[in-house]
Design a protein. Structure first.
Length: 118
């Protein structure tokens, strides 16, 4: 990082699109693999991905959006997708931090909104 990046990190102006913590991404990949090997339901795997990215903030910016898209990618691999309004998705994903939603609560929300791909 250069001195400008240090200043950005210090004041919280997160415009940088790079990876902030590669270790948390490595842990996420390992966890998803173990969940797949353990035949966990798609909604639980998607919730783990979403919750991990939002909670661990592995990127300098866009962790909420990236976490949601990771959950969608997991579900797509199983022929599913989350169907909800943009406003509901944003409110819910932002609520993971604000309201301290648990992974099981997130999985339940995903199960209620998961529909087959068309």
């Amino acid at each position: 990082m250069n001195d400008g990046d240090d200043e950005v990190a210090r004041v919280g102006d997160t415009w940088h699109f790079g990876v902030r913590d590669i270790g948390s991404l490595d842990l996420l990949v390992d966890r998803v693999r173990r969940m797949l090997d353990g035949a966990f339901p798609p909604g639980e795997i998607a919730a783990a991905a979403l919750c991990s990215v939002v909670a661990q903030h592995p990127f300098w910016d866009a962790n909420h959006r990236t976490g949601f898209e990771m959950a969608q990618l997991v579900l797509r691999a199983f022929g599913l997708k989350i169907v909800a309004t943009r406003e509901e998705i944003e409110r819910y994903v932002r609520g993971i931090d604000r309201e301290g939603l648990t992974e099981s609560q997130i999985a339940a929300w995903i199960r209620r909104r998961a529909e087959p791909l068309r």
